[in-house]
Design a protein around this ligand. Structure first.
Ligand SMILES: Cc1cc2nc3c(=O)[nH]c(=O)nc-3n(C[C@H](O)[C@H](O)[C@H](O)COP(=O)(O)OP(=O)(O)OC[C@H]3O[C@@H](n4cnc5c(N)ncnc54)[C@H](O)[C@@H]3O)c2cc1C
Length: 235
């Protein structure tokens, strides 16, 4: 079980780690139900900071999968599935090439391009999901609209990496949700348009960066920094 307190809660959280982790988790009714009668079996680990990175995925005679190739914000809960996704793709790519160095290098290079194209976008999505504070209101509005039209599967497909960001958050849907909100809340015009501008700027910056990737070389700068406070063994 994991909880994500806000940064400003850090010190108060540490004052009663066990109680606060528990209270945070129990605020969500289905989790509270799942945890009813449960006892904590391990110590509590906290992560204060982590660094995302993208390494080149493949070269002559080598290939990197999973976290070895890239690490993104864990808020999307996708790292394990993505590592398997990449392993399956690699197995398909190299299956027929084994036995020929030339074909093998070609196959892993193609895998590397696929990994980059596919995961650069999901990397941005994970960063958006993990950003401190509330996510841009436009996104929940698009999601509510999809839900109302019985199309929530699009969002689930995005979260499970079966659809791309632009398949789901299409410009038409984003503009439609913005227009609807402007009509309903004309007083929020400035804030809503500002939000739309920030989303568009981030997306354009990311897409430009994707055209000329700069990969992390060598070891990642301490990818995950952990603190392992002593648990309060209250149970
Ligand atoms: C806080 C947090 C929450 C997360 N939540 C989720 C989640 O809810 N869902 C999800 O899908 N993902 C989540 N992730 C991400 C997920 O844990 C990783 O993306 C995933 O474990 C990557 O798998 P991997 O096999 O690539 O690497 P790892 O799981 O890191 O496996 C690599 C293994 O190689 C071993 N190793 C390293 N060097 C050597 C060596 N020289 N010789 C032998 N062995 C070696 C390591 O000890 C390790 O066991 C989370 C990550 C964090 C930090």
């Amino acid at each position: 079980m994991g909880v994500s307190p806000q940064q400003h809660e850090r010190e108060s959280f540490r004052a009663d780690l066990d109680g606060n982790v528990r209270a945070h988790a129990l605020r969500c009714a289905p989790i509270a139900e799942a945890l009813s009668g449960a006892t904590r079996a391990s110590r509590i680990y906290g992560i204060r900071r982590f660094f995302g990175y993208f390494r080149e995925a493949a070269g002559a005679g080598w290939v990197l999968l999973g976290d070895a190739g890239h690490f993104k914000d864990p808020a999307g809960g996708r790292g394990i599935g993505d590592a398997f996704h990449q392993a399956e793709r690699l197995a398909d790519a190299v299956g027929d090439a084994i036995g020929s160095d030339v074909r093998l290098d070609h196959a892993v290079a193609e895998f590397g391009r696929w990994r980059y194209r596919t995961y650069a976008e999901y990397y941005g999505l994970a960063a958006d999901l993990g950003v401190a504070g509330p996510i841009a209101g436009i996104v929940p509005r698009v999601v509510r609209g999809l839900h109302a039209r019985g199309r929530i599967d699009g969002v689930l497909n995005l979260l499970s990496h079966r659809a791309s960001v632009l398949d789901v958050l299409t410009p038409a849907r984003v503009l439609g949700a913005t227009g609807g909100h402007l009509l309903r809340a004309p007083g929020r015009r400035h804030a809503t348009l500002g939000e739309l501008g920030r989303l568009a700027t981030t997306e354009i910056r990311r897409r430009n960066a994707m055209r000329k990737p700069v990969f992390q070389s060598g070891p990642a700068p301490r990818p995950v920094q952990q603190e392992t406070p002593e648990p309060e063994l209250s149970r």
